[in-house]
Design a protein around this ligand. Structure first.
Ligand SMILES: Cc1cc2nc3c(=O)[nH]c(=O)nc-3n(C[C@H](O)[C@H](O)[C@H](O)COP(=O)(O)OP(=O)(O)OC[C@H]3O[C@@H](n4cnc5c(N)ncnc54)[C@H](O)[C@@H]3O)c2cc1C
Length: 461
């Protein structure tokens, strides 16, 4: 029988390969609620050639292979459900090229949001990318793979919509380019005018290939940013308010928060939005447009702006915001997880009611942040619950609440964002059978031996 460890050592520096129990333990779990399962090996490759050789080995020997970024998607997407080789992309973090005039950056598949943010701040302060509120160690590629959302999503769609080229190692080891870069030296488009093959790699959770390079659109970094906070106690009004603000086309990012503590939050919906401009004049104009859009609610005493002193504004303006991370510490034990349906704005009142109802039923602390996407075409709504990592009972209750939330969201017009394997099963059970069949045919065509992140998007478990 072939010794896999020895084979891996022929491919990558042995200092970056391990099957030691402590590494397998750490890489076998994530901070969320899904049960742990350990890999057999952990490898940190440093080149595309190494990745190709590892994938060829895994494909030949039919060993699972799981690509991992920051490991913070929280829903068990990097837990090796069937063991195998966990591929930590940490060493592939180079920023390869910035094309200032076409407005994109090419990064390696393990580059973090934090690294790109610092690089742009130092070298191209007039340019920025769509930063999610996840910790800076999360990767640009993994965030696009799960259709993440960031500070520019309100204007430009999901972070995956801002990708404009890929290099991918397929499950059989071939390396291919996706988009204009397949033909030209420029990475300005992931599809048009060619057929857009990038969809084969987004939303699939690493089951169709390993992205080794990614080009991402950059946008102007306006000189001034300001935060505005509008408050209402009527959940039914929230979708309309979000839509009205979106339609002004003046708002950079818009997030609605609902949570019961501190007490002043209870029963209120906090609509936080950002306005940017290159001059005070531009900023004032945009603010006026936003005020005008919401004036009728103020006149009817249905809501109002909250004045924000500088010390309150500073954390709101920080990118990423630390609020979600702080939420994890609200209850004892530092655990939190969220399930998020992507759904039409009109579902907000029903979801927010269910969020509190489930918290009450399972005795949990809750929070929700709904981020508007693409001018209001839809929103990402999070059902977030905290739990104590040292208390299996709170973890069980939080998982039950999230399962019920997912079921409710799927029955009420939503599509689960970054679903865990249980939610993937719920989604596939509801899916048009011919569409599911097409999905499985594509997966099988790309990964005939089923080695890529197995357990995810699998028809039978
Ligand atoms: C406090 C907090 C706040 C958050 N806020 C946000 C937010 O505002 N917006 C948001 O979108 N998300 C948010 N998240 C969720 C999540 O952390 C982010 O989406 C993050 O970008 C995921 O990246 P990651 O590197 O941790 O992914 P990982 O968990 O490492 O991977 C996610 C998926 O991508 C696959 N993958 C990884 N690398 C590759 C590759 N090179 N090729 C192919 N597949 C690959 C993995 O197999 C896995 O299926 C938040 C999380 C936390 C903890």
């Amino acid at each position: 029988m072939i010794d896999i460890l020895q084979e891996l050592c022929k491919i990558t520096d042995k200092d970056y390969i391990s099957n030691n129990q402590e590494e397998l333990y750490l890489y076998g779990r994530d901070p969320g609620l899904m049960p742990p399962h350990e890999p057999d090996y952990v490898v940190m490759p440093s080149t595309v050639d190494e990745i190709q050789a590892i994938v060829r080995l895994a494909n030949r020997e039919k060993i699972p292979i799981i690509p991992k970024g920051g490991g913070l998607s929280l829903t068990g997407l990097v837990i090796p459900q069937k063991g195998g080789i966990l591929l930590d992309m940490k060493r592939m973090g180079k920023i390869l090229e910035v094309n200032e005039s076409a407005g994109y950056v090419i990064v390696e598949g393990g580059t973090t949001h934090g690294a790109l943010k610092s690089y742009l701040l130092k070298n191209y302060p007039h340019l920025r990318h769509s930063i999610p509120d996840s910790p800076p160690i999360t990767t640009i590629t993994a965030n696009a793979v799960i259709h993440g959302q960031g500070r520019l999503t309100q204007q430009h769609g999901f972070n995956s919509d801002m990708v404009c080229g890929l290099e991918v190692v397929l499950p059989t080891g071939e390396k291919c380019k996706i988009g204009s870069c397949a033909v030209s030296t420029y990475w300005f488009s992931k599809g048009p005018p060619l057929p857009d093959l990038s969809s084969l790699f987004f939303g699939w959770f690493g089951t169709t290939g390993i992205i080794t390079k990614l080009a991402l659109r950059l946008y102007p970094c306006k000189k001034i940013r300001d935060a505005m906070l509008f408050l209402t106690d009527e959940a039914e009004l929230v979708p309309e308010i979000m839509r009205k603000l979106g339609r002004t086309e003046m708002v950079e990012d818009l997030v609605v928060t609902a949570q019961p503590i501190p007490l002043r939050f209870r029963g209120n919906y906090y609509i936080l939005f950002y306005i940017t401009g290159d001059t005070e004049e531009e900023l004032d104009f945009k603010k006026k447009m936003a005020w005008r859009a919401l004036w009728e609610y103020f006149e009817r005493r249905e809501g109002g702006f909250v004045s924000l002193p500088p010390e309150m504004k500073a954390p709101m303006l920080a990118m990423p915001s630390k609020d979600t991370t702080r939420f994890a510490d609200v209850s004892k034990g530092g655990g939190f997880e969220y399930s998020g349906p992507i759904a039409p704005l009109e579902k907000y009142p029903a979801y927010v009611k269910k969020l509190a109802e489930l918290a009450n039923k399972y005795d949990l602390f809750y929070s929700s942040a709904a981020r508007m996407i693409d001018g209001g075409h839809c929103m990402m709504f999070s059902f977030s619950y905290t739990f104590n990592r040292a208390d299996p009972d709170t973890m069980k209750r939080a998982k039950q609440a999230l399962d019920e939330a997912a079921d409710f969201a799927l029955e009420n017009g939503g599509v689960m964002w970054k679903p865990n394997i249980d939610e993937q099963q719920m989604t596939m059970a509801k899916m048009d059978p011919e569409t599911l069949n097409l999905m499985m045919k594509i997966k099988h065509l790309l990964d005939p031996n089923g080695i890529m992140n197995p357990g995810n998007w699998e028809v039978s478990r």
